[in-house]
Design a binder for this molecule. Structure first.
Ligand SMILES: *[C@@H]1O[C@H](CO)[C@@H](O)[C@H](O)[C@H]1NC(C)=O
Ligand SMILES: *[C@@H]1O[C@H](CO)[C@@H](O)[C@H](O)[C@H]1NC(C)=O
Length: 372
């Protein structure tokens, strides 16, 4: 029977080869996908050792000055992929800087030939190559990647089932009147782009005009002490998606204090929209990996609460440190120094400017420098 087991090992080896595939359990760049990639966005992915039979997909989009590699090491998604069997796609911005293009008409339009189009093409390629479960395709990102997450949800509502936004701006808020690609928009950053829910909803709907199908549910995190993308961007983002889904943004169905962490307030407007306003937290809110898994439905029950919570926070509300997330401590360190990933400069910024060793204060743009 030895011969039989050798044979079956050989057959399964050949099957693995026949699968077009990417090396497991490490970050891999896909260079021969053949997808249309009009803006030359870097295509990286992590396929876990323990890949599910019909895997889900999480698109994890890096912050400004970031890369696919930096978000891979600085966020918890790859280790969560091993736990839950999904594939992570890490797009890498092609722009100097390197923020995402969330300002050009091309990127703000379904199949418009911008960064959003390139990322969507990576998703459809991955769905087909890995026979992924299209009911488990999700997108998330931090800062510039959070802006892009809102843009992906608006331009490709047909692809994504849920989106989690860590400290972004509304889709279509960072527009460039002069048509600039990857342009900074200080009116929006400073929280001064204000519109009605109906007007914001039109901005979203115009990104994929004629589309009437389902849209991803949205979870929006923002810190009240964010001096890069001012906290009114939270309110405008909530208005935007409340407008799309027909919720009253002034009347959340449930309000939960100290959820998921102390001083965070979770507002559920309906099954499709949840806002988490993090009091005292700056730019960017730390990634809540375990909560993300609940929201995406990979673990436990969805974090959409069935009933309102008791007035006193449960002891589980005590913040736990996010284990693998280096990107999760953008706060001021001890002795007036700034921790890794924290903000250390920019117009309107009044905090510490010295980074803890060995990090260097690196300028992303006039409004934002970060300890990298
Ligand atoms: C910034 O974005 C707003 C919409 O949020 C837009 O009205 C404005 O023209 C943009 N500013 C520039 C300089 O393009
Ligand atoms: C934004 O939303 C938060 C949370 O609901 C609220 O506390 C705050 O007052 C709002 N800000 C504005 C300007 O409406």
């Amino acid at each position: 029977m030895v011969r039989l087991s050798v044979l079956s090992a050989l057959v399964s080896g050949l099957c693995a080869l026949a699968n077009p595939l990417v090396k497991r359990a490490s970050l891999q760049q896909i260079t021969n996908s053949g997808i249309s990639n009009p803006t030359n966005v870097g295509f990286y992915m992590y396929v876990p050792d323990k890949l599910a039979a019909s895997p889900g997909i999480v698109v994890a989009i890096h912050y400004c000055t970031g890369t696919a590699q930096a978000y891979y090491t600085g966020s918890p998604y790859a280790s969560l992929a091993e736990q839950y069997g999904f594939i992570v796609i890490y797009p890498s911005s092609p722009h100097s800087g390197t923020c995402w293009d969330v300002s050009s008409k091309a990127s703000l339009t379904h199949n418009g030939g911008g960064d959003s189009n390139a990322i969507a093409n990576m998703v459809t390629w991955t769905i087909s190559k890995y026979k992924a479960d299209t009911s488990k395709v999700f997108v998330t990102g931090s800062s510039s990647g959070a802006m892009m997450t809102n843009v992906m949800a608006a331009t490709y509502p047909d692809l994504f089932k849920a989106a989690i936004v860590y400290s972004g701006v509304p889709a279509g808020c960072f527009v460039s009147a002069s048509g600039g690609v990857d342009a900074w928009n200080s009116t929006c950053a400073q929280g001064n782009s204000i519109a009605t829910p109906a007007a914001w909803a039109n901005v979203v709907k115009n990104m994929y005009s004629g589309y009437t199908g389902a849209r991803p549910k949205m979870q929006i995190y923002h810190g009240t002490a964010d001096t890069t993308l001012l906290p009114n961007n939270y309110n405008e983002t909530i208005k935007e998606w409340a407008g799309v889904f027909g919720y009253d943004y002034t009347k959340p169905a449930t309000t939960e204090d100290n959820k998921p962490l102390t001083n965070y307030h979770r507002y559920t407007f309906g099954p499709q929209l949840q806002g988490i306003y993090a009091v005292g937290v700056g730019h960017t809110v730390p990634i809540q990996g375990a909560e993300d898994m609940k929201y995406f439905g990979f673990s436990g029950s969805s974090s959409t609460p069935a009933t309102s919570t008791p007035a006193t926070p449960a002891s589980s509300a005590v913040p736990t440190k996010v284990a693998t997330s280096a990107a999760s401590t953008p706060t001021t360190g001890t002795g007036g120094t700034v921790a890794h990933w924290g903000q250390c400069g920019g117009i309107g910024y009044g905090g510490a400017t010295v980074c803890v060793a060995p990090y260097t204060c690196t300028k992303a743009n006039d409004y934002y420098s970060q300890c990298l």
